[in-house]
Design a protein around this ligand. Structure first.
Ligand code: PEP
Length: 259
């Protein structure tokens, strides 16, 4: 984990009103500024709803905040008759650095499959944004002990059409679905098992250089009280955080997990 810059990304999902969203960004930046020395090496990303991206851009640019921001989804299409979709070009114009693709909520609620998730990742990469590719098993698969093959099959599917150059610019988030929003966090050993398997698979699909470049995050009920133990694991390079990213102090404490 240690040659890669740790990444802490806060996925707000469909939460907060506009006022709360801008307030959270400002408060987070202030809280982190006070503690600058201890999170120097951590990359901090907020992932608001589309409708808040413009305001977040204004805050980050205007106040030169040491934060990056991402989108929760992107269209796989370049442009055209795709009502309701938002293109990678549109996001790139708003200064977006990261795009979450294939979140389990989109896989479940919008029937997104690995091929579509891969196409979305490719669209983001084409505009120099970093896709955060979400993978992970549900409870039935975990109970059957099939979490590694299940998750690696998702990796195979999503990366099928990505070159080594593209793959090296991705981030993977291992998010066991049973741990998302449930308060039930994977043990550090469980997280390490699958994150290490993902990295090995990237080495097989591409080469060791690609595997070493890709940051693999853990996601699923991460809080300030459990993040440090998960971050001790070699193949866990950060966290994708849902609920706990909605409060500035709590998310700042996650960023400052080394203290
Ligand atoms: C997520 O939505 O990516 C997530 C991990 O949510 P939570 O932290 O709330 O479990």
């Amino acid at each position: 984990a240690h040659s890669r810059t740790p990444l802490m990304a806060g996925n707000w999902k469909m939460n907060l009103d506009h006022h709360e969203a801008t307030h959270l960004v400002q408060k987070l930046a202030w809280t982190l500024k006070d503690a600058k020395h201890s999170y120097d090496e951590v990359e901090v990303v907020v992932v608001p709803p589309f409708t808040d991206l413009r305001s977040v851009q204004t805050l980050v640019d205007g106040d030169k905040l040491d934060l990056r921001y991402g989108a929760q989804d992107v269209s796989a299409h370049e442009s055209g008759a795709y009502t309701g979709e938002v293109s990678a070009a549109m996001l790139a114009k708003l200064g977006v650095s990261y795009v979450v693709v294939g979140h389990s909520e989109r896989r479940e609620n919008h029937a997104e499959d690995d091929a579509l998730v891969g196409a979305k990742a490719k669209a983001a990469l084409g505009r120099q944004m970093t896709p955060i590719i979400c993978v992970g098993e549900g409870l039935d698969v975990r109970k059957a002990g099939e979490q590694v093959p299940y998750t690696l099959a998702q990796v195979d599917g999503v990366y099928a059409d990505l070159s080594a150059e593209e793959a090296a610019r991705t981030v993977v988030a291992y998010e066991p679905v049973w741990a998302i929003g449930t308060g039930e966090v994977a043990t550090p050993e469980d997280a390490q098992e699958v994150c290490a398997a993902i990295r090995s698979r990237l080495a097989e699909l591409y080469d060791q250089e690609v595997a070493d470049a890709v940051r693999v995050l853990y996601g699923g009920s991460v809080k300030s009280s459990n993040v440090a133990s998960i971050m001790t694991k070699d193949d866990v390079d950060g966290a994708l955080v849902g609920g706990a990213s909605l409060k500035a102090e709590e998310f700042a404490a996650i960023v400052r997990y080394q203290e």
